[in-house]
Write a protein of this length. Structure first.
Length: 373
């Protein structure tokens, strides 16, 4: 069980880092703000639970107040999940109105938990704080203790069950990447909802003086830990998919930029005025630089094409000789000042439209120049 909790904590903090990164890039995105607060609440409650489970005071307060704070954070997380769907599906004014209505059950849950904690007898407060890790021992039948734990589980069951229904509804019309993410999220929500149902039943049974079979409780614990991890994976999946696709394009552009080096070099030596960047770049940055890759890629493709247009009158038509040889001969003729008609010819023209197709033809020519150097 400890290994599952550690894995859940690692997944939570990794997801929080990703959400904060995305939020910095899009701070006005209301659904993203809601998800970020949700994950942050989970991260904080995970840390608080790790402390209070051993009866250790945290934040300068007694353990039961730390447990109350953990429960409030968990309830806020459930509310943020509802807010995420409201601001994703509705216009902002309507979403705000619905969010205010949904805040009423949250406020009621927080008030009930706070009152139950305040009325808890002093002699059972520390024991009540470590109750989730006491394996059935402790003041399980005390009304205030039962109400504290039952309230948070009931509210979270409502929030996550509602989110599960909305997730399945919205997944049908979503684009493929988002649909896969929502499918993973649904699996996680199913696990969380099942676990919360088990916990609610356990709360009621223990309040009545009975004992829930430990195997059933264990199933609930495993389900909630696995469900949280799967939920986080589903939430992060669309963003990670987009980042992966962007990284693939970045890697492709970086490779093309470097492979165009031989062609760009010979053209730049003959036509230095065509360079879009007036400050010469360093060889180290060209080889190892990780920033500005797309800008350098576009610039190099344009500069190569401009150079070919300028030298094209000096390149003899296709007579069977390799284009790389004819290009070198044309550059030599230009350098020698040979008089030619001032009319551009097509050189290394792509068979398809688009900058990437143009870059492909330029790469073929560049590599031919490299092999004949």
């Amino acid at each position: 069980m400890t290994a599952l909790q550690v894995f859940q904590g690692m997944a939570t903090y990794a997801a929080l880092a990703l959400m904060l990164y995305l939020l910095v890039r899009a701070p006005r995105n209301a659904p993203l703000r809601a998800v970020t607060i949700l994950v942050a609440c989970w991260a904080c409650s995970f840390a608080l639970d790790a402390v209070v489970a051993h009866g250790i005071p945290a934040l300068g307060v007694e353990p039961i107040m730390t447990r109350l704070l953990e429960h409030v954070l968990q309830a806020v997380a459930g509310y943020c999940l509802i807010a995420f769907y409201l601001f994703s599906a509705l216009e902002v004014p309507a979403a705000r109105r619905q969010a205010i209505r949904q805040a009423v059950p949250l406020g009621a849950a927080v008030v009930i938990m706070t009152v139950a904690t305040a009325l808890m007898p002093p002699e059972i407060r520390d024991a009540a704080a470590v109750l989730p890790s006491s394996k059935g021992a402790g003041p399980v039948a005390a009304p205030t203790v039962a109400v504290l734990y039952l309230t948070v589980n009931v509210y979270m069951f409502y929030a996550f069950a509602t989110a599960l229904l909305w997730t399945r509804r919205y997944a049908r019309g979503a684009e493929p990447r988002l649909r896969r993410g929502l499918a993973l999220t649904s699996v996680g929500l199913v696990g969380i909802v099942v676990a919360l149902a088990v916990f609610i039943a356990a709360n009621l049974v223990r309040w009545a003086g009975g004992a829930m079979p430990m195997p059933i409780v264990t199933v609930g614990i495993v389900a909630v830990l696995c469900g949280i991890v799967m939920f986080l994976v589903g939430v992060a999946y669309p963003a990670v998919g987009m980042r992966t696709a962007a990284l693939r394009v970045w890697w492709q552009h970086r490779g093309v930029y470097q492979r165009l080096g031989p062609l760009w070099t010979v053209l730049n030596q003959e036509f230095p005025e065509d360079a879009l960047n007036r400050v010469p770049g360093s060889r180290f940055r060209d080889t190892f630089g990780l920033t500005g890759v797309h800008r350098r890629y576009y610039r190099r493709v344009i500069e190569c094409r401009d150079g070919l247009v300028r030298v094209s009158p000096y390149v003899e038509p296709d007579t069977g000789r390799p284009l790389a040889e004819r290009l070198r001969a044309g550059l030599a003729a230009h350098a020698a000042g040979v008089a030619v008609p001032n009319r551009a010819r097509p050189v290394a023209m792509p068979s398809a439209d688009g900058l990437d197709a143009d870059a492909h033809e330029l790469v073929v020519l560049s590599e031919a120049l490299r092999t004949r150097t």
